[in-house]
Each structure stands twice: as structure tokens, then as C-alpha cells.
Design a protein around this ligand. Structure first.
Ligand code: SAM
Length: 213
């Protein structure tokens, strides 16, 4: 049996994603050209699948960048019959770019733009949400968890990106705050009976956690 190669697996998963709308493909090219960390096609398509599967109509995103991940959620909500997706990022330039790109998708889904800190914005938002996606600075993952829980309905889904953190979580010598925070979130959410959690090894590791209590 040949050993599985990580890059082969990831390229295979990405290659299986159906062709994207031109605007999404353009966003992927832009991310590649500027080295901007987006979810990418395979993880984006998985997020879209989960949101479709659960019929999500209210989605809150934390750390939305220029709107690539938002586009996948907006498509799902549109196909689920319409609803709302909250785009939250603290960079005005990224928020403005997202508005331009996402307007071109023409989905009948209200996208609410917040140019602000994501945890504070979620605290102030009216819940409950069907799905919350977290992709903010990794150091803040543990402190975001109780707020997320309070705003997610029971039966709702939390998705968090970068749980594998480019393999740094396996390095005992890595004492950086971001790595420690990802390890802390991983421990906490898997030990808590209020969540059914799982890390999918798509790209940089996608945590999916169903709120059951
Ligand atoms: C990883 S990128 C977003 C990628 C996006 N989710 C995608 O896949 O297309 C994270 C973005 O969120 C911003 N960000 C990080 N922490 C934040 C926070 N606490 N509140 C608001 N924005 C934050 C970063 O500046 C960056 O623009």
C-alpha cells in the first residue's frame, strides 16, 4: 500500500469541487496572488454543504476577510429559501471589497456588513443563529467560545477554521499564543458534552461542532 501524501489528498479534494462562479474563482485568484488566507474551495464547499444540510437561514461569520467564505454561506442560505449572513471584519478595506464582490452574486440573502471586532459584534447581535463560523485571530478562539455558545441555537452548528494550524499543534516546542489557543479550544470543545465536535482534515483543519446542550 502506498502511503497517503497530504498534498495529494488536499489536491484531490480541491479537484473534486465543481467549477465555481466567475466571481468566486476571481476571489480565489486574488487570494493566491496576495497570499491572503481564505478557506479555499474544498473547505468552502464543505461549509456550503453543512449549511445546506441543516437548512441554515441565519449565519454569523467572524473574521470574514474580503468575503470568500461569506459567498459560500450566502449561496447556501439563498438556496435554503433566503435569510441573513453577517459579514464581520475589522478592516474597512476588506469590508468594502466584500460589498462589491458579494453584490455581484445577486443572491436573495441579506448580507449585513459589520466593520468591527467580531466577538463584541456577536455579543451585541440578536441570536439565536443556526450556524456560526469563526475564522478570527487564533489567540481569541477560547474566549470566543462561550459567546458563540450563547448565540447558537441548540441543534446549531459551529465551524472553526485552522484547527490543524499547518501542523504547529503537533510541535511540543511551539509555545506561541495562537498555537496554545487552538490547542485549548480543541481540548475544551471535545471534553464538553454540550458539543458533538469533530475536526475534518480539509486544508488547515475544519472544526465542526453541533450544539446539543
Ligand atoms: C483568515 S482571514 C478571513 C478569511 C475568510 N474567512 C475567508 O475564508 O474568506 C481573517 C480576517 O479576519 C480579521 N480578523 C481577525 N480577528 C478579528 C476579530 N477579532 N474581529 C474582526 N476581524 C478579525 C483579519 O484581519 C482578517 O482580515
Amino acid at each position: 500500500m502506498p502511503e497517503l501524501n497530504w498534498d495529494d489528498v488536499q489536491n484531490h479534494l480541491t479537484g473534486l469541487v465543481p467549477p465555481r462562479l466567475p466571481i468566486l474563482a476571481e476571489m480565489e485568484r486574488e487570494a493566491e496572488a496576495t497570499d491572503f488566507p481564505i478557506l479555499g474551495p474544498a473547505a468552502g464547499y464543505a461549509c456550503y454543504q453543512f449549511a445546506r444540510l441543516m437548512g441554515a437561514r441565519r449565519v454569523f461569520e467572524m473574521g470574514s476577510g474580503f468575503g470568500y467564505s461569506t459567498a459560500w454561506f450566502a449561496r447556501a442560505v439563498h438556496e435554503n429559501g433566503g435569510g441573513e449572513v453577517h459579514h464581520v471584519v475589522w478592516d474597512q478595506e476588506l469590508s468594502d471589497r466584500a460589498k462589491v464582490s458579494l453584490a455581484q452574486l445577486g443572491y436573495e440573502t441579506a448580507i449585513h456588513y459589520h466593520c468591527a471586532e467580531a466577538i463584541e459584534t456577536l455579543k451585541a447581535a440578536e441570536g439565536p443563529f443556526d450556524l456560526i463560523f469563526n475564522d478570527i485571530d487564533k489567540e481569541a478562539y477560547p474566549e470566543a467560545l462561550p459567546i458563540i455558545r450563547s448565540k447558537l441555537r441548540i441543534g446549531g452548528l459551529l465551524i472553526v477554521d485552522n484547527l490543524l494550524w499547518d501542523g504547529k499543534i503537533f510541535d511540543p516546542g511551539d509555545k506561541s499564543p495562537a498555537t496554545a489557543a487552538i490547542q485549548e479550544l480543541t481540548r475544551k470543545i471535545h471534553a464538553d458534552a454540550g458539543w458533538i465536535a469533530h475536526i475534518l482534515p480539509i486544508r488547515d483543519g475544519l472544526l465542526t461542532a453541533l450544539r446539543v446542550k
